[in-house]
Design a protein around this ligand. Structure first.
Ligand code: FAD
Length: 478
């Protein structure tokens, strides 16, 4: 008889924890899942991907109504947005998807689901409030929370974060957004489109600092053309709130101090990992402020405690959490020594147009001293993009000196979906010539993938050398 209550204990019912729990139970391991909130699903379902993408869609539809004349249609007067209706739609979408992450579904898979905040008693035992559970192996999947940068007065001014933004009763009249990363950009554009006056305040010189400057700057211009105000290269000095709203004091690149004010303030300035309240010191697991330290098999310092998802820092995406959860299942449950490989981990910022990527950026390639070519193709050359009046942006292939792909970046309409061809091609080791010769349906946005690769080969095929050889052959044949 086992000395432990469970084979596998999982802490946290978000993307990573649910992946581990379902995989573990379906493989026959006695599995318990502990979640501190009332519902399963984690940040992605309740405060992240799902509400944000639902909001973005509502904002996009409303924005398109303002473009009717561009499409040869009669313009209409748009009534102001009733945010409570948008909020209701967000709640409905969450409720629909919640079925997939319901307790009943996981219980049906064989998982014991318990609610309570988990704290380690020792390396095999976890206190969940009303009892102590023991497991042979524990997996920590506690995710992350909004990070509030140390700016005087910020915390006491009670800013909105992703935890509170989607349950607003009314549309903010004027919204200040701190942070020009993916969350800040997506939400700033969405609220601007819905009718708030939005100003985005960014510390760095460009938005989306990890992206190549040319793409980030192109996107910035497109957002500004829609009326979003973006201020970069700022030092944020302090925040204050009074009955009229909130004020953010900044120092700009020239050293001048100025104030921005708004009715609401949203902070989207990164994430801090959820490690503090678990008494990890009792487990032997070590962490830094970046996250729990794991090896490539997701082991957190000892053989029987693993960690996955946002809590390990690194790639804080739902698909990364699911991937890491799968690595844990292989190692902890199946005993297969599978290691993480993030080389082809894709990402996407769901602005309009989207900015998506896989592999190295041009900036990263140059930082590593790689001097290969960068091949570009604009959306303005794509027939479908023209038919849809969505011609902004371009695709970039970043190549090494031997012409192999290091990375792809796409700024354009549906970039996240267009990236899927590259996800498959790069993971499958598909040759560029295969993509170039594969027939893509016309007219689709996806043809941009074929066309950008085609431009590499067309330079060779239609070169002077080939022309000379063919001319000689034709002459010889008479
Ligand atoms: C606004 C926003 C938009 C986003 N959009 C996208 C997107 O479009 N695409 C994308 O891929 N990613 C997106 N993300 C990121 C994505 O939400 C996260 O990467 C993902 O949720 C991480 O999953 P996780 O399982 O690691 O953590 P979480 O989903 O946060 O789950 C962790 C769970 O652990 C629980 N927990 C914490 N501590 C304890 C404890 N001590 N005991 C018990 N339970 C505990 C928490 O309550 C939570 O349910 C977005 C994030 C935000 C904030």
């Amino acid at each position: 008889m086992s000395v432990y209550d469970y084979d596998i204990g999982v802490i946290g019912g978000g993307a990573a924890g649910l992946t581990v729990a379902s995989g573990s139970a379906q493989l026959g391991a006695k599995t318990v899942l502990v979640e501190r909130e009332e519902l399963l699903g984690g940040d992605c379902l309740h405060f992240g991907c799902v509400p944000s993408k639902t909001l973005i869609k509502s904002a996009s539809v409303y924005h398109q109504l303002g473009r009717l004349k561009e499409f040869g249609l009669p313009a209409v007067e748009r009534p102001p947005v009733d945010f409570s209706q948008v909020r209701q739609r967000i709640e409905q979408t969450i409720a629909t998807i919640q079925h997939h992450d319901s307790v009943a579904r996981f219980t049906g898979l064989g998982v014991d689901v318990c609610f309570g905040a988990a704290q380690f008693v020792d390396e095999h035992k976890v206190d969940i409030g009303d009892r102590v559970l023991s497991a042979r192996k524990w997996v920590i999947c506690t995710g992350s929370s909004p990070y509030l940068p140390p700016i005087a007065g910020l915390e006491s001014s009670k800013p909105l974060t992703n935890r509170t933004l989607f349950s607003l009763e009314t549309l903010p009249e004027s919204l200040l957004v701190i942070g020009g990363g993916p969350i800040g950009i997506e939400m700033a554009q969405a609220f601007n489109r819905l009718g708030s006056t939005v100003t985005l305040l960014q510390r760095s010189k460009q938005i989306l600092t990890r992206e190549d400057a040319d793409l980030a700057d192109d996107l910035r211009q497109m957002l500004e053309r829609e009326g979003l105000r973006i201020e970069c290269d700022l030092e944020l000095r302090g925040v204050s709130r009074d009955s009229s709203g909130v004020r953010v004091r900044v120092r700009d690149a020239d050293g001048a101090e100025k104030d921005f004010s708004g009715s609401h303030l949203l902070v989207g300035a990164g994430r801090s990992v959820n490690v503090q309240e678990m008494k990890l010191e009792n487990s032997g697991v070590t962490y830094t402020e970046r996250g729990i330290e794991v090896d490539r098999r997701m082991r957190a310092g000892c053989k029987h405690i693993y960690a996955a998802g946002d809590v390990v820092g690194g790639y804080q995406f739902t698909h990364a959490a699911g991937y890491e959860g799968g690595i844990v299942v292989s190692n902890a449950v199946m005993g297969l020594p599978r290691k993480t490989d993030y080389r082809w981990m894709p990402h996407c910022t769901y602005s309009d147009p989207e900015l998506a990527g896989i592999g190295m950026s041009e900036k990263e390639a140059r930082r590593q001293g790689i001097a290969g070519d960068v091949i570009e193709e604009p959306f303005s050359g794509n027939d479908r993009a023209n038919a849809e009046s969505e011609t902004g942006g371009k695709i970039k292939l970043i190549l090494d000196t031997k012409g192999r792909i290091l990375g792809v970046r796409i700024l354009g309409v549906h970039a996240g979906d267009l990236l899927s061809e590259w996800v498959a091609a790069l993971n499958g080791g598909v040759k560029l010539s295969t993509i170039a010769s594969a027939v893509h349906p016309y007219p689709t946005l996806g043809e941009i993938n074929k066309r950008v690769v085609g431009s590499i080969f067309s330079e060779k095929i239609f070169s002077d050398r080939v022309r000379r050889i063919l001319r000689t052959i034709h002459r010889y044949r008479g």
